[in-house]
Design a protein around this ligand. Structure first.
Ligand SMILES: [Zn+2]
Ligand SMILES: [Zn+2]
Length: 118
């Protein structure tokens, strides 16, 4: 991950928005990736766009998806795992439908876990 080479010692978290398809071992593609409990997180933007699927552009929907995936990946850097609650931002997105169903915020259980870590 190129982020690690950035010399920003004061940064608590580094989130990279990558306009490039991302793949992870064992998965065909990923919407994002983060170091669990680490500093770096990446969100891949192309598959969050309606145009990727031959649909008309929808900037609002794209932004909403990007925010959800960004919060999700940052959640991992704060030590959160995947949440079984489909409305929780930490729910794993297997497809964009999962991303669209979930909210941009943490469920109560995840929020409690986040507070414990602080
Ligand atoms: Zn995740
Ligand atoms: Zn949750």
């Amino acid at each position: 991950m190129r982020l690690r080479r950035l010399d920003m010692p004061q940064a608590h978290r580094l989130l990279r928005l990558l306009d490039q398809d991302c793949y992870a071992p064992g998965l065909n593609f990923v919407f994002g990736q983060a170091m669990a409990g680490g500093r770096d997180a990446v969100v891949a933007l192309p598959r969050l766009r309606q145009e990727f699927y031959g649909l008309p552009e929808d900037e609002m929907l794209f932004q909403e998806r990007a925010i959800k995936e960004a919060v999700h990946e940052l959640g991992h850097t704060y030590g959160l795992g995947h949440c079984p609650n489909p409305r929780c931002v930490m729910h794993f997105s297997n497809s964009l439908a999962d991303t669209d169903i979930k909210g941009a915020t943490f469920c109560e259980k995840c929020r409690a876990e986040l507070n414990l870590g602080n």
